[in-house]
Design a protein around this ligand. Structure first.
Ligand code: FMN
Length: 197
């Protein structure tokens, strides 16, 4: 583990520390993630709620050193690949956007929302076990669909880089300032009493 950073984050209400302390740095140590540890993170995602319990979220994972890891890393936008290929594991998250009922393709209306819940469960479980989980929307989705065998009727969302937080000094200069946790809008800007603000 690296030295704690001076976080600018300060919650306005008495929220559990995990929600404020979880963040998305980019510097990783070279510590490996065991298959068993990765399964714990995916297990958390499996237990996420979903509309009508349809459980549309799907995952394709690989650990650093495996050929499948290189295949996923190659799909990342160069700006993401630069740091994310040093992660201990990569997890691609997709969701089943439609199911075929009586021969008719039917939308799973909440599939993206449900996949988001699964991502957050994974991220918080990772944080609770001392790992970083950093989501990236920047990857080649058509190429990923082909390379990873995305089934028909599914949509890709993110690739998640998972690893142990490393020193910011290991990053290129332009990324170092971004290791500082980001802030949030005030609650009153996003939550209104009885109507949207
Ligand atoms: C759907 C989604 C897509 C994202 N895509 C990228 C990305 O391509 N590259 C990147 O460096 N970070 C990416 N992020 C990370 C966000 O920038 C980050 O979560 C946000 O700035 C809030 O910071 P925090 O996670 O440290 O709290 C993504 C996050 C989400 C949820």
């Amino acid at each position: 583990m690296t030295a704690p950073f001076a976080s600018p984050r300060s919650p306005d209400h008495a929220v559990h520390a995990q929600f404020v302390e979880r963040h998305s740095p980019r510097a990783f140590t070279d510590e490996a993630l065991t298959e068993a540890e990765l399964m714990i993170l995916l297990e958390a995602a499996r237990w996420a709620p979903s509309g009508s319990n349809t459980q549309p979220a799907r995952f394709a994972y690989a650990r650093r050193g495996e050929p499948e890891f290189a295949r996923i890393a190659a799909l990342l936008a160069p700006s993401n690949r630069l740091w994310a290929e040093k992660a201990a594991a990569l997890v691609v998250i997709a969701s089943q956007a439609e199911v075929v009922k009586d021969g008719v393709p039917t939308p799973q209306v909440s599939h993206a929302f449900d996949a988001g819940a699964a991502w957050m469960s994974l991220a918080l479980q990772a944080h609770l076990r001392g790992w970083i989980a950093h989501a990236m929307g920047g990857f080649d989705k058509p190429a990923a669909a082909e390379a990873l065998g995305l089934p028909p009727g599914h949509q890709l969302h993110v690739v998640v880089a998972i690893g142990r937080k490393g020193p910011a000094e290991t990053l290129p200069d332009h990324l170092r300032p971004r290791e500082t946790p980001s802030l949030r809008r005030p609650l009153a800007e996003v939550a209104g009493h009885g109507r949207f603000v």
